[in-house]
Design a binder for this molecule. Structure first.
Ligand SMILES: NC(=O)c1ccc[n+]([C@@H]2O[C@H](COP(=O)([O-])OP(=O)(O)OC[C@H]3O[C@@H](n4cnc5c(N)ncnc54)[C@H](O)[C@@H]3O)[C@@H](O)[C@H]2O)c1
Length: 419
């Protein structure tokens, strides 16, 4: 028997497996990617937050195992679903992966199973989409099996707040479902916070991500006004953050990245339409944030124009940092991709340096050595640690800094253009 099976061995599934295994529970990771499964079974981690030495120990102790075979779910007490929930090309929720997995689980559902959906999604998914698929097995929720929603709130790359110590929100279809799910998580994570329904739990996660998207948009709009008013937005945000209450600091940047913030809010926008409701804050935030790569391209163009009397066409540009955030190699939805595409389309020759991202298959590029003096302009898109940004100012002809990485030196140097 396995205590916990986790379907989807990605950024969410693998750390979740570690937390349960650390608590002494046996964990089975189910993934359709046979290379990932083989790698997990060798104790080799591809997720930065779970080091290979930790995974290897858990595999050797028989606490973590991986498989591509859904049939093994029959022997698990609980089945957690941590699968992707992307948007379609038309920016509508694409639940096909979750629904296909739920149908596979239904074929193996047995009395006593607990199923928990962890994937981020709109309110109503667990009850309207997953429940009917599971009940097609002939078992009834709350009696034959239990079903709940519990969002994952992990922030990959962070070490202070992890899957273990971020409170876990749990909302079951029935009271018994909530209790069962809360008991399971309490055995491994520090705090469990119960809400009255899966819908509340689903919306909690979306509210958190919408809050971030809206506040980032606000500060991105402020950055654009500050540029016209010749005010340093970074100085203003830093000063406002000294207020001990009522203000939370968000930084401007070249656009949203990652699996969550650019995508999740639109799950709610779509669902709200069913109620004749328009989520205007989400739309407005999306509009401001999605425009940032275009705005950033215009800043680079100005910097080349004023700094070297060059146009984008024919210039050489080195993009420094392409992952969507510092310290990791995650490229999902990274604004660097859009910005590089725009620079290329404007006629610039674009190269990039990022030690976390050796290859960029989408653009058919590889990371080049950091030789700033070889380029007309250096653009800091992601401020990875381990780079001497002060030395970068000295050795570059023109720098456009979207992250305030060049700090005080960048503030006073006439080579540096900041967002
Ligand atoms: N990454 C984050 O920071 C984060 C944080 C909180 C919540 N979430 C949410 O958690 C969910 C999972 O995200 P993730 O980042 O872990 O995704 P991921 O892409 O890192 O991992 C998903 C895994 O599922 C596997 N997979 C895909 N289809 C499958 C199938 N049919 N059967 C079995 N395995 C399959 C893939 O091979 C992959 O290993 C999403 O809803 C996401 O929004 C993500």
């Amino acid at each position: 028997m396995t205590d916990v099976a986790i379907v989807g061995a990605g950024y969410v599934g693998v750390p979740l497996a570690q937390v349960f295994a650390d608590a002494g529970r046996s964990v089975l990771l189910v993934d359709r990617d046979s290379e990932r499964v083989a790698s997990l079974n060798r104790g080799e981690s591809y997720i930065d937050d779970v080091p290979s030495e930790v995974l290897k120990r858990l595999v050797e102790d028989g606490l973590v195992r991986a498989t591509t075979d859904y049939d093994e779910l029959r022997d698990a007490d609980a089945i957690l679903i941590a699968l992707p929930t992307p948007l379609s090309k038309q920016r509508e929720p694409d639940l096909s992966i979750v629904k296909a997995a739920a149908a596979e689980i239904a074929k193996r559902l047995r009395p006593g199973h607990l199923v928990v959906l962890e994937s981020t999604t709109y309110p109503g998914t667990t009850r309207e989409e997953v429940l009917p698929l599971l009940e097609a097995s002939g078992l009834k929720v709350g009696e034959g099996f239990h079903l709940a929603f519990s969002p994952e709130r992990v922030d990959p790359g962070r070490s202070d707040w992890t899957t273990k110590n971020v409170p876990k929100i749990v909302g079951g279809i029935t009271e018994a479902c909530s209790e069962r799910a809360a008991d399971l998580y309490s055995s491994a994570v520090e705090t469990v916070h119960r809400v009255s329904s899966p819908e509340s739990a689903e919306l909690t996660k979306l509210l958190e991500n919408i809050f971030r998207a809206v506040n980032i948009a606000l500060v991105n709009e402020m950055a654009q006004l500050c540029e016209r008013m010749k005010i340093d937005v970074w100085e203003v945000v830093e000063a406002a953050a000294t207020k001990p209450f009522g203000f939370m600091s968000f930084k401007p940047g070249p656009g949203l990245g990652g699996h969550c913030i650019p995508i999740d809010p639109f799950y709610l926008t779509w669902k709200a339409r069913e109620y004749g409701f328009y989520t205007e804050f989400i739309e407005l935030a999306g509009k401001v944030n999605e425009n940032m790569p275009w705005y950033c391209r215009s800043l680079i163009s100005q910097a080349l124009n004023h700094g070297k009397q060059l146009s984008l066409k024919g210039s050489t540009v080195l993009v420094l940092g392409v992952a969507y955030k510092p310290g990791i190699g995650d490229m999902r939805e990274s604004p660097a991709l859009k910005l590089m595409e725009l620079l290329h389309a404007a006629g610039a020759t674009v190269a990039y340096h990022d030690s976390h991202v050796p290859e960029l298959e989408d653009l058919d590029l590889s990371s080049v050595p950091l030789e700033p003096d070889e380029y007309d302009c250096v653009v800091v898109v992601t401020d990875h640690p381990g780079i001497d940004y002060e030395a970068l100012v000295d050795s570059s002809a023109v720098i456009v800094d979207f992250r305030n990485a060049t700090g005080e030196k960048g503030r006073v140097s006439d080579k540096v253009w900041k967002l």
